[in-house]
Write a protein of this length. Structure first.
Length: 484
């Protein structure tokens, strides 16, 4: 497990700049100039491999550790590379790993390392624990609450990570996600001591999990609006100092960008799994195929990809999250049919942490769309040609256009696409409860009607069964006993 940092406040440097402003280059140059052990963490393996080739050109000792880099578990790769680094007496070296490795591996061997994290490590999960008086001893024995602050505590496990035998049994079968987060050291509970009741919990990666770092820097165009940044500032207002460094745009030419959309209403990812949603996707695929036969790259929610694949383009879909990736920078168009809005699982963010649904959308959907659109040729400072971006809704198009303008682009148009023979009709939400047959009836009128109906039913029953129980002779005690 990771060890905690004791120094307060913890300085967290945030390198800010639009895509293509040279954040990765700046980080590599800093790693070259100042000797030491550096750890660069990336959201995807593809991005890690891209950066590895750049580091190797600089003549540095470089270790790549990820699930496809070598045989065996990532933890074993880390341990072996650390031994190699120390045996060779290398005073200056770089480890490249994924966000997943930062979350799941033992990083205690990286004391006093310089951490360079590409994009925020977004690992938010949330839920509730139903703790009763009868199982309170179980929770108290199994988990320890540490560092209570402002009503929240970090949760530590008293059970070895390999002991998962009761995950599918009893109490923990229902809370395996919570236990997994505890084992990773990223779980927080809304309680300063164990007590009975419904207790909110969430999982959040924190820089305090890094072992005594020499420095920490997170690079990103919009780290400040990420869910991680909101939660870190809410949980550690006096313990983390975020220092921003802004890189200027390196743009020398301006492209002509057209953001194209299909509907005036917002869709959710669940819509693509409905019959109406599949119809919308079929219409979108056919329209884009005809309008942009050489579509540069595309993606969407999982359900959308299933319907669009082989129809919107002959190219395979790319991952929905593309922050930092350079390999698509020759593309002159893209399409992203996507939604990542707030859900019921975000109740802790809204009701407890005070985030609005708009902030959650900005941190997820808006940021993912912005990063996706900026992987193409507009990422190149010298590109001055046309660039087409397809999204689903007007709101997505307008928000994306605003972000593109804020990043330094000057020619961005928002256009609605008309699909011949198809109308994108907004689905109506089903009304809850049974529809009233008498919407104007008052409560008193309803009681009177129910009483009348009851009397009429009794009258009809008596007419249908004239020999009722009160007309029949009583059964003697002896007869009753025999009947029984």
């Amino acid at each position: 497990m990771h060890s905690d940092i004791t120094q307060r406040p913890l300085r967290l440097d945030n390198l800010v700049g639009p895509p293509g402003s040279g954040k990765s280059y700046t980080n590599r140059e800093e790693a070259v100039k100042a000797p030491g052990l550096y750890v660069f963490a990336y959201p995807q393996i593809d991005l890690l491999e891209e950066q590895a080739s750049e580091f190797e050109k600089l003549g540095l000792w470089v270790a790549k550790v990820h699930s496809k880099a070598a045989a065996g578990a990532v933890q074993g790769q880390i341990d072996r590379k650390l031994v190699e680094f120390r045996k060779q007496g290398v005073p200056h070296g770089v480890f490249l790993m994924t966000h997943k490795a930062v979350l799941e591996c033992d990083l205690s061997g990286f004391e006093r390392a310089h951490w360079r994290i590409d994009e925020a490590i977004e690992v938010y999960q949330a839920g509730k624990l139903q703790v009763t008086d009868s199982d309170l001893d179980f929770w108290t024995t199994r988990f320890t609450l540490e560092n209570p602050s402002k009503g929240w505590s970090r949760v530590l496990s008293n059970v070895a990570p390999s002991n998962f035998r009761d995950r599918s049994q009893g109490v923990m079968g229902k809370y395996s996600a919570f236990e997994a987060a505890v084992q990773q050291g990223i779980a927080f509970l809304q309680a300063e001591a164990w007590r009975a009741g419904n207790l909110n919990w969430f999982a959040l990666w924190s820089p305090f999990r890094l072992p005594n770092p020499a420095s920490i820097q997170i690079s990103g165009a919009n780290f400040g609006r990420s869910v991680s940044a909101h939660l870190l500032e809410a949980l550690y207002p006096d313990e983390i100092e975020i220092v921003e460094t802004h890189l200027p745009s390196r743009r020398t030419h301006q492209p002509s960008v057209r953001v194209r959309y299909f509907a005036d209403w917002e869709a959710t990812s669940q819509h693509w799994a409905t019959r109406a949603g599949r119809g919308d996707l079929k219409a979108i695929a056919g329209h884009i195929r005809a309008a942009s036969p050489n579509l540069g790259y595309w993606s969407g929610n999982d359900a959308a990809i299933v319907c669009l694949d082989h129809h919107i383009s002959d190219r395979e879909p790319v991952p929905a999250k593309l922050a930092g990736l350079n390999r698509l920078e020759k593309a002159q168009s893209c399409a992203f049919v996507y939604s990542a809005k707030a859900t019921s699982e975000d109740d802790v963010l809204t009701s407890v942490m005070g985030m609005t649904t708009g902030q959650i959308r900005a941190a997820r959907e808006d940021e993912d769309i912005f990063q996706f659109a900026f992987r193409g040729s507009i990422r190149l400072p010298g590109y001055a040609g046309d660039y087409d971006i397809y999204v689903f809704s007007r709101a997505q198009a307008e928000l994306l256009a605003a972000s593109l303008l804020a990043s330094g682009l000057t020619s961005v148009a928002v256009l609605q696409e008309e699909v011949q023979g198809w109308m994108f009709a907004q689905p109506t939400a089903p009304k809850k409860g049974r529809k009233s047959k008498r919407p104007t009836e008052t409560a008193q009128e309803k009681l009177a009607r129910k009483a009348t109906e009851k009397r009429e039913r009794a009258k009809r029953s008596k007419q249908a069964h004239p020999h009722s129980s009160e007309d029949r002779p009583a059964i003697s005690a002896k007869g009753a006993k025999c009947a029984a």
